[in-house]
Design a protein around this ligand. Structure first.
Ligand code: MG
Length: 380
């Protein structure tokens, strides 16, 4: 039985993780959860599962009385503390930089990690991978691209890898030129052609910042230099990523675009089990598997992420902070779509670089970047 702590239950990845846990009750046991402020959803979870510990943003008297055997965590430090409880695998499906310290604390408490939180590796990849190595714990990606690469690497020698090829759907505006993006709306941006996801990541997909983050994550997850990681546009989102080997052979992982698959693979690694959520490709119909190069002029944030990533150090945390805040301004209709990247470039231009940051430096760099974006907007 694998005991699971799931942070970020009420989000899109969190709910799909619950689906997978329900389907594999013989091997997976949900023992801990976090819901931020969704009290009703926490009540549902407490009624259905034997939850030993739970995080909620604010103290809740009613739940405390109803579930005396559940240990509740609250407030600013609650997420950083709950990861020290008794379980085997942390599924980190938190959205945003708030996911960084809980991951690190969990590693230091000798827990294996299934990581959907992008900010953890982009902001603090050096620190996280060092801790992973020191503690000897396992790190499984929950992202279709990195899960695909992990699957494509099975049974092969890493020294034979020539390149990781990360596919990108291109997001909601892939058929628009840059000059057509000037007046696009929030509603247009939230309409992703292939994936149904949370609003933050749907915007990150439209700017392709998300692909930039995934390149940085791939660098840390698979210990591959940036010049060996190549993004490629693939509109149908059937090939989720590929590994090219030195002999010219390319191994691809294909499936319907459905996050249940990478979640299941991370939770049940190395098994490819089926369950109620499994979907199958239909080869009796024509499948379109076209690939086209990424134009870095059209998607400058992908290029920026490669450059920032290559430097390592504190700029990843700056990138995350600036993007978080700029996307939040866009989601609140305060800035235009094209201003997101403008804010990010400007923030990096003014940021202070630290080559070997500690945890405090990372947190401070992230906070500085958020404040910089906020101030820039407030003083516009
Ligand atoms: Mg992805």
């Amino acid at each position: 039985m694998k005991k699971i702590l799931l942070l970020g239950c009420s989000g899109s990845i969190g709910k799909q993780t619950i689906d997978i846990i329900k389907e594999h009750k013989d091997s997976l046991q949900l023992v801990g959860v976090s819901v931020y402020n969704n009290v009703d959803y926490l009540k549902e979870l407490l009624a259905e599962f034997d939850i030993k510990f739970a995080y909620l943003k604010n103290y809740n008297e009613e739940l405390n009385n109803l579930y005396p055997n559940t240990k509740f965590f609250y407030g600013d430090n609650g997420l950083e503390e709950i990861v020290k409880e008794d379980y085997d695998l942390l599924v980190n499906a938190l959205v945003g930089f708030v996911g960084f310290v809980p991951t690190l604390n969990a590693i230091n408490a000798n827990k294996d990690i299934a990581l959907a939180n992008k900010e953890t590796l982009v902001a603090g990849g050096q620190i996280i991978m060092k801790a992973i190595k020191e503690k000897g714990v396992k790190l499984f990606p929950i992202d279709s691209e990195h899960s695909a690469i992990l699957q494509c690497l099975q049974g092969h020698n890493k020294k034979d890898v020539k390149k990781l090829i990360i596919t990108a759907s291109g997001g909601s505006f892939r058929d628009k030129r840059r000059d057509e993006l000037e007046n696009v709306t929030l509603e247009d941006a939230l309409h992703h052609p292939n994936w149904s996801m949370g609003s933050k990541i749907t915007i990150d997909s439209a700017t392709m910042m998300n692909k930039g983050f995934e390149i940085i994550e791939a660098h840390y997850l698979f210990d591959i230099p940036f010049d060996k990681i190549e993004p490629v546009l693939h509109y149908s989102s059937i090939v989720h990523s590929m590994v090219e080997y030195e002999d010219g052979s390319v191994i691809a992982q294909m499936s319907n675009p459905d996050m249940h698959l990478p979640i299941r693979y991370a939770l049940l690694f190395p098994n490819n089990l089926k369950d109620e959520n499994s979907q199958y490709l239909d080869f009796s119909k024509m499948l379109n598997l076209d690939f086209r190069p990424v134009d870095y002029g059209r998607y400058p944030l992908v290029k920026l992420a490669k450059e920032v990533g290559s430097l390592e150090g504190s700029f990843g945390a700056i990138l995350i902070g600036a993007n978080d805040e700029a996307v939040s301004l866009f989601l609140n209709r305060h800035i235009k779509f094209m201003e997101i990247e403008e804010y990010i470039f400007d923030t990096l231009k003014h940021a202070h670089f630290i080559q070997n940051p500690n945890v405090k430096d990372i947190i401070e760099a992230n906070r500085w970047a958020k404040d910089y974006v906020k101030n820039r907007w407030a003083n516009k």
